[in-house]
Design a protein around this ligand. Structure first.
Ligand code: SF4
Length: 108
């Protein structure tokens, strides 16, 4: 076997291994994409920095208070430090006020 044919066989084997591992990774990538939260802009969600009646981010299941977890807003019985500070939202991009509101509001 010549040097060039050994090299090309090695290159072919490498390509097969990379393709096989790439194909094996596809289902994992699909699952990761499904698990990753999709967030929308404040404009799309019609976010406002004031409540809509009694509906506000701090009472929404998607609100993540500073240093806290989602679904534990003002109504979750976990009124603690950070509850009156800006936090994040699981479905809207950027920081949100606990007194803000958007059309994606879901009560806790
Ligand atoms: S979904 Fe809307 S109302 Fe709920 S926390 Fe996010 S921005 Fe606030």
């Amino acid at each position: 076997m010549s040097t060039s044919s050994r090299l090309s066989r090695r290159a072919w084997l490498k390509a097969v291994i990379m393709t096989a591992s790439g194909a094996a990774a596809l289902p994992l990538l699909g699952r990761a994409a499904k698990a990753a939260p999709v967030k929308v802009s404040k404009a799309i969600a019609h976010y406002q920095d004031h409540p809509n009646g009694r509906k506000m981010c701090g009472m929404c299941r998607y609100f993540i208070p500073t240093g806290g977890t989602a679904g534990h807003g003002m109504m979750g019985g976990a009124m603690g430090p950070g509850m009156m500070q800006e936090g994040h939202c699981q479905v809207v991009l950027g920081r949100v006020s606990p007194r803000g509101y958007c059309v994606l509001f879901q009560h806790t």
